[in-house]
Design a protein around this ligand. Structure first.
Ligand code: PGA
Length: 253
């Protein structure tokens, strides 16, 4: 288990310069004020829409807040209209990229193979990938949650993984944006399963951060963060409220 928790906010397709900048400032100010408490206990990551990364970087640079992209293209550059490379995201101020989010997998039809290529691109650019996995409600009801997650992890991790460049986020699809969270027992069972899988098949990242995501909020963060093998959270909806996100960070201290 990692000692330092990673508290990550995924803003998805939300935020204009007005609300996004003030929210980032609120979080950066909180992080700066609590810098000594955060040290060694929690890292903070914000993944805003790409349009806000540069402006947010100006706000977060003096603070202990990292920035991340929500997706990237596998190639470095080229004729890929509308896409962004990992190198571009790094240039704009990112040090992480989320790959394989369930919304990318479902809405954009991303396969494990593509997620693996995007994860490798993140590594190529010298950044850390937050690789997302998680079963749907149908897969869980069919008793296939572990099998699904195992396949996603096994096929989404490229051979560029190294200690320190890959985080795994377990996000049951049925818990994302629904207000439903997995039970503490389910979270601990799946995170234990993932930890064993990494130890057996991907020992180089055996002790990496395992994040839980799916309707995490201020009110349930402390309980989730205290689960065995939960090294942080990936927060969607609740990360759009600056104060609530700070409450989630505080739950890790
Ligand atoms: P949620 O989203 O916190 O709104 O459930 C989590 C995510 O998609 O990362």
């Amino acid at each position: 288990m990692a000692n330092t928790k990673l508290i990550a906010g995924n803003w998805k397709m939300n935020g204009l310069s007005t609300d996004g900048l003030s929210r980032a400032k609120h979080i950066a100010d909180f992080a700066t004020k609590n810098k000594s408490d955060l040290n060694g206990k929690a890292d903070i990551l914000l993944a805003p829409p790409a349009t806000l990364i540069s402006a947010l970087h100006d706000v977060t640079k003096p603070s202990p807040v990292f920035l991340g992209g929500q997706d990237c293209h596998p190639e470095t550059s080229g004729a890929f209209t509308g896409d962004l490379s990992a190198e571009m995201l790094k240039d704009a101020g990112c040090s992480y990229i989320i790959t394989g989010h369930s919304e990318r997998r479902a809405i954009h039809g991303e396969t494990d193979e593509l997620v693996s290529a995007k994860t490798a691109a993140t590594h190529r650019a010298g950044m850390t990938a937050v690789v997302c996995v998680g079963e749907t409600a149908v897969q869980r009801q069919a008793g296939e949650a572990e099998k699904t997650v195992k396949t996603q992890i096994t096929q989404s991790l490229p051979d560029t993984i190294l200690a320190g460049n890959t985080v795994i986020a377990y996000e049951p699809v049925w818990a994302i944006g629904t207000g439903l969270t997995a039970t503490i027992e389910d979270i601990e069972a799946m995170h234990g399963f993932i930890r064993n899988l990494l130890e057996k098949s991907f020992p180089v990242i055996a002790t990496t951060h395992l994040l839980y995501g799916g309707s995490v909020k201020g009110a349930n963060a402390a309980q989730i963060l205290s689960c065995a093998n939960v090294d942080g959270v990936l927060v969607g909806g609740a990360s759009l409220n600056g104060q609530e996100f700070c409450d989630i960070i505080a739950a890790a201290l």
